[in-house]
Design a protein around this ligand. Structure first.
Ligand SMILES: Nc1ncnc2c1ncn2[C@@H]1O[C@H](COP(=O)(O)OP(=O)(O)OP(=O)(O)O)[C@@H](O)[C@H]1O
Ligand SMILES: [Mg+2]
Length: 158
């Protein structure tokens, strides 16, 4: 049986950002990545690492009060969504436009917009082990997300 998941244990936010940077190198337009885990688990920290990897200089902050933030200055557009405040209200946040666009879409709290998320997405789960330690689990669900997953795994173990 093919293993669809692999885990990385990190210590401190810089390590989480480094993994985000690694993932950034394999991103393609239309990629969708969901980020699950408790408050403070490190989802936004991870996306800030992705931004750095894409060459985005602007600081990535939690988009909680905007729902979606877009960063256009990198080698790929970065769409960062935090669905926490939507809490199941199915309002149109422009997700389709982001996904069909020229960038990669990162979604925190995907459970609140589950019906809107394409089947083929990379799922990252953040688990808090201790104040500084996190376990990040990566799994894919389709051809596109498999490519991204495989590239990250190869880069991490290289
Ligand atoms: N290994 C680690 N990885 C990421 N963050 C860490 C780590 N260790 C400690 N931290 C701290 O945990 C916090 C993570 O905050 P962050 O905003 O990234 O969480 P979040 O998952 O996006 O939460 P929210 O659901 O509220 O948006 C930061 O204060 C960061 O400094
Ligand atoms: Mg966050």
């Amino acid at each position: 049986m093919e293993i669809k998941e692999f885990c990385i244990v990190v210590h401190g936010k810089e390590e989480t950002q480094k993994i985000g940077e690694m993932l950034a190198h394999g991103l393609k337009p239309g990629d969708v990545i969901t980020l699950e885990g408790d408050l403070g688990a490190g989802k936004t920290t991870f996306v800030s690492g992705v931004a750095k990897g894409l060459g985005i200089k602007e600081n990535v902050l939690s988009p909680t009060f905007n729902i979606m933030k877009c960063y256009f200055e990198g080698k790929l557009t970065l769409y960062h969504i935090d669905a926490y405040r939507l809490e199941d209200q199915m309002i149109d946040i422009g997700l389709d436009e982001a996904i069909e666009g020229d960038g990669a879409t990162f979604i925190e709290w995907p459970k609140f917009i589950a019906p809107l998320i394409p089947q083929d997405h990379l799922s990252i789960s953040f688990h808090i082990e201790s104040p500084d330690k996190r376990t990040l689990s990566f799994s894919y669900a389709g051809k596109k997300s498999y490519e991204l997953w495989k590239k990250l795994k190869e880069k991490y173990y290289a």
